[in-house]
Design a protein around this ligand. Structure first.
Ligand SMILES: *Cc1c(COP(=O)(O)O)cnc(C)c1O
Length: 376
């Protein structure tokens, strides 16, 4: 088996794997399980800035968080502002359409973060939207948007905000009290648990809004309102994936105990970018670099698939290709969560050097040495 250095799923600790293999309770009949779930949700909210914003953990991959947020907010005919400077940014429009809304795309240069000043000017001309969607880290291109500026701005114009932070939360600062109404997350990125769980963290205002909607939600599984009274009634809309949650609880406690994680992600990501640049590679973003993933162009004359396969078969490391408009163009190193250690990135860059060189691109310097030097 190979080691993961992908932008999700990430490596999973032995402690999380062990917790997943323990006996598990009946989630429907054991009230202690409801307490366990409720407290775990509370811990996630606290790590994201406030227990006043309720977290729900859903049985499903990260995409379910996005779909549930949109399904529960959207009523037929709603105008929705979709901030688009990446694959997941644009992708929100599909969910909005599926649930009867009318997406209005605000499309920007994919190599730059969304500029709050330009957005303000746009909103001054048109802000009759029910809510806006945006992505914190748009993983396929390694792009990070400044949600701490963008969300309060959107709120100034009276819009609810839906933020996809699946690939950033816990690796980059995220504070739900700074204008975030529905925050979407997943288990398989920075949290470093296997894929299979999604979370949505909901502001008191968004709860009120969703509860006041007139049209029924056009989904059962993606309906957040189905969880409205789970704690009072000790009843879940479906049987909770207990083993996944046991693993998640350990992953969350590891995150909570790791006081330096945001600084570490920033320092290691900065050094990784610097090493790739010094080696003669070109990063995709021009600014707004995410600290959880680095996306760079495959060197001219080389194929993305050959680099990924050589890394996997000859070095036992799987890195990410990309998709959508970036398929065949970008390679990505996912340095998030358990992947984000000095040793893991050093080993990855050392192997990448040999793989690129074998395939015909000779980096201008030792990538791993430049990385270590960049760390100081
Ligand atoms: C990983 C990810 C998701 C979840 O989607 P999958 O690609 O199916 O794992 C959603 N949004 C972002 C930004 C992600 O990185």
């Amino acid at each position: 088996m190979y080691q993961l250095m992908t932008a999700g799923p990430t490596r999973v600790s032995a402690e999380v794997m062990a917790a997943r293999s323990q006996p598990f309770p009946n989630p429907d009949q054991d009230h202690a399980f409801v307490e366990f779930y409720h407290e775990l949700c509370g811990q996630i909210s606290e790590l994201l800035g406030s227990r006043a914003h309720e977290t729900l953990i859903l049985g499903g991959e990260g995409i379910l968080a996005l779909e549930a947020a949109i399904a529960t907010l959207t009523e037929p005919g709603d105008r929705v502002l979709v901030l688009d400077n990446g694959v997941f940014g644009a992708g929100f429009a599909d969910f909005v359409r599926i649930y009867g809304g009318e997406p209005v795309l605000y499309t920007c240069d994919y190599r730059c973060p969304i500029d709050p000043d330009a957005l303000r000017q746009y909103l001054q001309t048109d802000h009759t939207f029910k809510y806006a969607t945006l992505v914190h880290c748009d993983t396929p291109s390694g792009m990070r948007n400044d949600i701490a500026s963008l969300c309060p701005l959107l709120k100034e114009f009276g819009l609810l905000t839906v933020v996809d932070a699946v690939a950033s939360m816990f690796g980059e600062p995220v504070d739900v009290t700074k204008g975030i109404d529905l925050l979407c997350g997943g288990s398989q990125k920075v949290l470093s648990a296997p894929p299979g769980l999604a979370f949505v963290t909901i502001s008191p205002e968004a709860w009120k809004f969703m509860q006041g909607r007139r049209a029924p939600v056009a989904s059962f599984y993606a309906n957040l309102l189905a969880f409205s009274r789970y704690y009072e009634e000790k009843w879940f809309p479906y049987t909770m994936p207990a083993s996944d949650l046991q693993g998640l609880a350990v992953a969350v406690s590891r995150i909570a105990a790791d006081a330096t994680r945001e600084a570490r992600h920033a320092a290691l990501a900065t050094a990784c970018r610097q090493a790739l640049r010094q080696g003669g590679l070109t990063l995709y973003p021009e600014s707004g670099f995410a600290n959880t993933v680095t996306a760079f162009f495959v060197p001219e004359g080389l194929q993305v698939a050959d680099v990924v396969r050589t890394m996997q078969l000859e070095h036992g490391i799987m890195i990410s290709s990309s998709f959508g408009p970036f398929a065949g163009k970008l390679l990505r190193i996912g340095h998030m969560g358990e992947n984000c250690t000095k040793d893991a990135i050093t080993e990855c860059l050392h192997s990448l050097q040999i793989a690129l060189s074998k395939l015909g691109f000779e980096p201008k310097t030792s990538l791993s040495a430049a990385f270590l030097q960049g760390l100081g």
